[in-house]
Ligand binder design. Structure first.
Ligand code: CMC
Length: 446
């Protein structure tokens, strides 16, 4: 069962090869071990340099791997994204979000029995207690939902007593399913509170995504049938966002967890990191930008004029570019298909979809972007789709967070069973004053 699988062999996590790398600095020579990757670049283990008068400096971790991992593989040159070896295209076509969550967390595709029991377990935990609802009621309605979501997930641990231990496998299992289940309910509450609408209770008999949509949009006591296209589209977007190896928020989750902070606290920290406009917040920004383009066009200008203005001011076009993908983001290709499906079904603001399709064409033909290997990323499309579904832009990143929960949990659990894990504590190259003699306040001058 799942719990047993949690204690799997650690030998597959880091495989030290017989090769080594040589580093010569001044008169010192270092023989550095190489960790073999199954695909992608091998890693040079530099921990040996510590206390030897040298540290490595790599702002933004452009060339630094902070761990070895067997969860997700990305080849940014070839547009490849695989979870546990399975191509994202196959998972998006054939799987469902909770099955993918199982795959990421436990490392293998479940049998039908395992999958059904996992789904029942998660769906059966979606209720949050009345005290939690009162707690949530204390926040301002107009606060940004990402701030509320991170606070709520941190607080969730206090409402699920006995599940915060990082040493008790049963507690970790409980926390895993509580976070997956209850964050969905909390996200629907955040959506409704913003609109001053009554909060709905979960219906265990409905699917995870179907019931999320009902809890966001149904009128109390009225029969609600979700539009199957919206259920399918949201399920797929959740799969596409479910993991993305060592991105900013996942790194935060791993480093927070490395201090033995609980799963709840670590995921809450990840949500804070995701809220930034260069990461999860880009979908909200991308939609705002398309709305800006609409205004721009009303003034008689063109999309190309807008793109030129961005280039001239050395700004960043939201929804384009990626640290890892230097070719077309494979998630963006699938998300675009769903944008087209929504457009064909005439759901949402059709003019915004048309502008996004056109913006993509303009950018793809522009040398500035092609010479820098800047392609559309998934966030170009997700904001448009969420808006068409009826979500406010401020809610977009909360849906991204909901999707990323299986990935964060999988990484937290992997980090804990990796024998190489140490508390995350990077070094620095100090460039400040060497020594200052203290001056009393009366003697200080400007
Ligand atoms: N628009 C215009 N120019 C760009 C863009 C962009 N979106 N992204 C990068 N550039 C330029 C950048 O100015 C630099 O130009 P130069 O060489 O002349 O100085 C060059 O391309 C290299 O960029 P970089 O800043 O070194 O790239 P990075 O890997 O540090 O940044 C990024 C990656 C995603 C933060 C950046 O592309 C960006 O800010 N994009 C817009 C925000 C966005 O859409 N984020 C969502 C990413 S996908 C969701 C996720 O996985 O989190």
């Amino acid at each position: 069962m799942a719990t047993e699988n949690f204690i799997q062999s650690t030998s597959e996590i880091a495989r030290i090869s017989e090769d080594s790398a040589k580093l010569k600095i001044e008169s010192k020579e270092f023989d550095l071990p190489v960790v073999k990757a199954t695909c992608g670049p091998d890693g040079i283990l530099i921990s040996k340099l510590k206390n030897e008068a040298f540290v490595t400096l790599d702002p933004g971790f452009l060339t630094t791997a902070q761990c070895s991992s067997n969860i997700t593989y990305i080849d940014g040159e070839q547009s490849i994204l695989r979870y546990r070896g399975y191509p994202i295209q196959d998972l998006a076509e054939k799987s469902t979000f909770l099955e993918v969550a199982y795959l990421l967390i436990y490392g293998y595709l479940p049998t039908k029995e395992q999958r059904d029991s996992f789904i029942d377990d998660v769906n059966g935990r979606t209720l949050v207690g009345e005290d939690f609802r009162s707690f949530l009621g204390g926040f301002p309605r107009d606060a940004h939902p990402m701030a509320l979501l991170s606070s709520s997930v941190a607080a969730l641990g206090t409402f699920c007593s006995g599940t915060s231990s990082v040493h008790d496998l049963q507690a970790i299992e409980e926390a895993t399913k509580n976070i997956l289940a209850k964050t969905r309910t909390i996200t629907s509450f955040l959506h409704r509170r913003r609109r001053n609408e009554p909060l709905l209770y979960p219906d265990y008999s409905r699917g995870y995504v179907d019931d999320f949509i009902r809890m966001c949009f149904a009128i109390p006591y009225e029969r609600f049938e979700s539009n199957p296209l919206l259920v399918d589209a949201l399920d797929k977007l959740l799969i596409l966002h479910a993991d993305h190896e060592q991105n900013c928020s996942t790194t935060v989750v791993r480093i927070t967890g490395s201090s033995n902070a609980s799963l709840y606290s670590s995921v809450a920290a990840g949500i804070c990191a995701l809220s930034g406009p260069l990461h999860g917040g880009a979908n909200e920004k991308a939609l705002k930008q398309i709305c800006e383009i609409r205004e721009y066009i009303k003034e008689g200008k063109t999309i190309q004029d807008f793109v030129n203005m961005v280039k001239d001011n050395k700004q960043k076009l939201a929804g384009f570019g990626h640290r890892v993908y230097k070719s077309y983001d494979p998630r963006a290709a699938i998300a675009k298909e769903y944008a087209k499906k929504m457009y064909d079904a005439k759901i949402g603001d059709l003019d915004l979809f048309e502008l996004a399709f056109e913006l993509e064409e303009v950018v793809m033909e522009d040398d500035y972007f092609s010479s820098r290997h800047l392609y559309p990323n998934i966030d170009l499309w997700t904001g448009l789709i969420y808006k068409a579904m009826g979500f406010d832009p401020e809610m977009f990143t909360t849906i991204f967070a909901l999707a990323r929960i299986p990935g964060w949990i999988a990484h937290w659990r992997e980090m804990h069973r990796d024998p190489l894990t140490k508390i995350g504590r990077p070094r620095q190259v100090y460039t400040g004053p060497v020594y200052n003699k203290y001056i009393s306040v009366d003697e200080r001058k400007l």
